[in-house]
Design a protein around this ligand. Structure first.
Ligand code: PLP
Length: 487
C-alpha cells in the first residue's frame, strides 16, 4: 500500500520505447555516452541511496529536459524578452511560475535560477537592491536597481562591506551560501551565525533573537542542509521584524515537505518569509534547478535575476519544473511527502533502538543525523564502510564537531529517494539494522605510530558482502522505475 502512494505512476511500455529510441540516437554519435547513461540507471537501481539531497525524478520530468527547448535563448521575462521567437518559452515559464504559486500559495514565483546557489544569489541581490539606502538613487527619484548610475554602484560597493547576514552555522546544519567565506555570499556580507542548543541540539530561538539584536543583520537567513528538525518560521519572522531584517528562507532541502503539506502553519516558510528560495530536485522530486518565491514588494527586484546574477534561462529545465510542480499539485504527492517524514521517523527509531546516537535525538523532517563517534568512528570512516556494503550516505559535521569539516563525526541519512522507490516503515527498519550492523563491525585502522586513523578502517570479514546481499533483496522488492526496460 505504501508503494502505491509514493512511487511514480507512468506507462512503462511508453517510457521504455522513448528511452530505447533516445539511446539508439545518442549511441549512433557517441556510444560510450549512451552506455554510461544505461549504466547509470543500472547503478542507481542497485544502490541503497540515503543521500538526503537526492531523489528520483519521474520519467515525465526527465523526458521534458531532453529536447529543443535547450537550444533557445530567452533572456528577460515572459512577454519581455531580449530575443525573438520566445513564445513557447513564455508558455512554459508562465506555467512553471503559475504551478509554483499555486503549489506553495505564494504571491510571486521566479523559476529561472539554474540551481539553489543561483536562487540564493538572486534573493540576496534583491534584498540589497530593495533595502540598501542609496542617497544618489533616492535623490534622482530612481526606483529600481537597473536605474543605478556608476556613482550609485560605487556607493553600493562601499555599502556592501557594511551589510550583514545572520545564518545558521555550518556545523549546526546551515549552508555555505548563507554568508560563509568560501562562497560569494560571504564576500558580499559580513556574516555571523546562530547555532543550536549544546544540550539538545535544537534551535534556541531566544539565542537567535539575542544574536540578531546584537548583530543587527540586513538579512536573516533560515533554512538548512543538515538540521533534522522543523523550524518555526513565524518565530524567525518575529525576530527579523524586531531588528529590521529581511527574512530569507532557503527551503532547498524540505520544499517537498512544504509542497506536500507536511510542514504547515508556523513551519511553512511561505507565509512568513519575505523571500523563499529553493531547489527543485531534492525532496520536491523535480529537475535539477532553483526557484524563488517572494512577497510582492520584492517581486520586481527578484525578477531582475537575469541579468543581475543569471544569464539565459534554461527553457528545457523550466519546462521540466512546470511538469514537476504539476505532479506535486496532485493529491498523491501529499501521500509521498507524508511517507518521507514517516519513514525518517521510522529510520530514526530503528537506529536509536539499536544503540545509535542521533543529533537532537530524532527527526521531524526528511533527514537523520547520526553521531558515529558512538561507534568509535569518524564520519569519513562510516561513510566509506557503508559504501563498501552498498549503502550510499554522506559524512556530515555535527554541532561543535571535534573531527572538523573534512573527517566529521556524523553521517546524514535522508528518506526522499528510497521512499520514491516505495520503501515503507518495514524496509527502513531493516535499513537501520543493516547500517548499525556495518558500523558496529567497523573499527579505525591503526596509524604507523599506533594511534587511530581518521580515514582508514577495517570492517569485520564477511559483513560488507552479507549487507550487500541484504540490500539487494530490499531493492529487488522495490524496483526503481518499474516497467522501464532499456533492453
Ligand atoms: N541551499 C541549501 C540549503 C542546500 O542544501 C543546497 C545544496 O545542497 C543549496 C542551497 C545549493 O543547491 P545547488 O546545488 O542546486 O546549487
Amino acid at each position: 500500500m505504501t508503494a502505491a502512494r509514493t512511487t511514480h505512476s507512468f506507462d512503462g511500455a511508453a517510457a521504455s520505447a522513448a528511452y530505447r529510441s533516445a539511446l539508439e540516437v545518442i549511441g549512433a554519435v557517441e556510444p560510450r555516452v549512451a552506455d554510461a547513461i544505461g549504466q547509470e540507471l543500472t547503478d542507481q537501481r542497485g544502490s541503497l541511496k540515503l543521500i538526503a539531497s537526492e531523489n528520483y525524478a519521474s520519467p515525465a520530468v526527465l523526458l521534458t529536459m531532453g529536447n529543443w527547448f535547450s537550444d533557445k535563448y530567452a533572456e528577460g521575462t515572459a512577454g519581455h524578452r531580449f530575443y525573438a521567437g520566445c513564445q513557447n518559452v513564455d508558455t512554459v515559464e508562465a506555467l512553471a511560475a503559475e504551478h509554483a504559486r499555486e503549489l506553495f500559495g505564494a504571491p510571486y514565483a521566479y523559476v529561472q535560477p539554474h540551481s539553489g546557489i543561483d536562487a540564493n544569489l538572486v534573493a540576496f541581490w534583491a534584498v540589497l537592491a530593495q533595502r540598501v539606502e542609496l542617497p544618489a538613487l533616492q535623490q534622482a527619484g530612481a526606483r529600481h536597481v537597473n536605474d543605478l548610475t556608476d556613482a550609485d554602484w560605487a556607493t553600493l560597493r562601499r555599502a556592501l562591506g557594511d551589510q550583514r547576514m545572520l545564518g545558521m552555522s555550518l556545523d549546526a546544519g546551515g549552508h555555505l551560501t548563507h554568508g560563509f567565506r568560501p562562497n560569494i555570499s560571504g564576500k558580499m556580507f559580513e556574516q555571523s551565525s546562530y547555532g543550536t542548543d549544546p544540550a539538545t541540539g535544537l534551535l534556541d530561538y531566544a539565542a537567535v533573537r539575542a544574536r540578531a539584536r546584537e548583530f543587527r543583520p540586513l538579512v536573516l537567513v533560515a533554512g538548512y542542509s543538515a538540521y533534522p528538525r522543523r523550524v518555526d518560521f513565524a518565530a524567525m519572522r518575529e525576530i527579523a521584524d524586531e531588528v529590521g531584517a529581511t527574512l530569507v528562507v532557503d527551503m532547498a532541502h524540505f520544499a517537498g515537505l512544504v509542497a506536500g503539506k507536511v510542514l504547515t502553519g508556523d513551519f511553512d516558510p511561505v507565509p512568513h518569509a519575505h523571500i523563499v528560495t529553493s531547489t527543485s530536485h531534492k525532496s520536491l522530486r523535480g529537475p535539477r534547478g532553483g526557484f524563488v518565491l517572494a512577497q510582492p514588494e520584492f517581486a520586481d527586484a527578484v525578477d531582475r535575476g537575469c541579468p543581475m546574477v543569471l544569464g539565459g534561462p534554461l527553457p528545457h529545465v523550466m519546462a521540466a519544473k512546470a511538469v514537476a510542480f504539476a505532479e506535486a499539485r496532485r493529491p498523491e504527492f501529499a501521500g509521498y511527502a507524508q511517507a518521507v517524514a514517516d519513514n525518517a521517523q521510522g529510520l530514526a527509531e530503528g537506529l536509536t533502538r539499536r544503540g545509535a546516537r542521533l543529533v537532537t535525538g530524532g527527526t521531524d523532517n526528511h533527514l537523520v543525523l547520526v553521531d558515529v563517534t558512538g561507534f568509535g568512528l569518524t564520519g569519513r570512516q562510516a561513510e566509506s564502510a557503508l559504501l563498501d556494503a552498498g549503502i550510499v550516505t554522506n559524512r556530515n559535521a555535527v554541532p561543535a564537531d571535534a573531527n572538523g569539516a573534512w573527517y566529521t563525526s556524523g553521517i546524514r541519512l535522508g528518506t526522499p529517494a528510497l521512499t520514491s522507490r516505495g520503501f515503507g516503515s518495514g524496509e527502513f527498519d531493516r535499513t537501520a539494522e543493516l547500517i548499525v550492523d556495518v558500523l558496529s563491525a567497523t573499527t579505525p585502522a591503526a596509524t604507523r605510530d599506533g594511534g587511530a586513523s581518521q580515514a582508514k578502517y577495517v570492517v569485520a570479514e564477511g559483513v560488507a558482502e552479507r549487507t550487500r546481499a541484504a540490500a539487494a533483496e530490499l531493492l529487488a522488492a522495490h524496483p526503481l522505475y518499474p516497467g522501464l526496460d532499456l533492453a
